[in-house]
Design a protein around this ligand. Sequence first.
Ligand code: NI
Length: 202
Amino acid sequence: MPHPQSRPLPQGGSVRPITRWGTPVMHRELADVTSFDDELHTLVADMVATMYAARGVGLAANQVGVDLKVFVFDCPDEDHEISTGVVCNPVLTLPEGTDRNLEDDDEGCLSLPGAFTSCARPDTATVRGVDQFGEPVEFSGTGLLARCLQHETDHLFGTVFGDRVPERARKKLYKQHQELAEGYADDWPVGVDPNAAPDDED
Ligand code: NI
């Protein structure tokens, strides 16, 4: 049964190459979405196809080189309930005061494939925005979904999770990625069989 807050993701998109950390579009705030047109709908469908090919749980537009504030996700929460959705122009709300609990868990990013390190983030998150048709959407999550909503919103403001970990952990991340880099072609995940062995990253 689909999670009540899930919205169906568009199908039939084409897989695009994933942009890596270090490319300028990954490290600056993106433009607001203002046109909910065919071009946006094609982009969103392609992002969904790319996320699935890469076995990710979320993908932001700059991860396919596009300067627009939109992300897609298909991600379980702490109760293993899957939520799916498209969010343009997200506004993130995080718990404050005594409601704010940080959770330390491994995090990875499709734009630095193969590398994971622990990253502390609030254990719940809410994102409000609009979908690819300009209709209001709101998603709340716990567990990996909370992490994903924060990670993807961060991308749209030019922050990668390596910016949120200590320097030592960041160096370890790059080292891990370097060691596995030859496993990821420059145009990865183009040509990857989406039914191949699973490997969760966001
Ligand atoms: Ni990422």
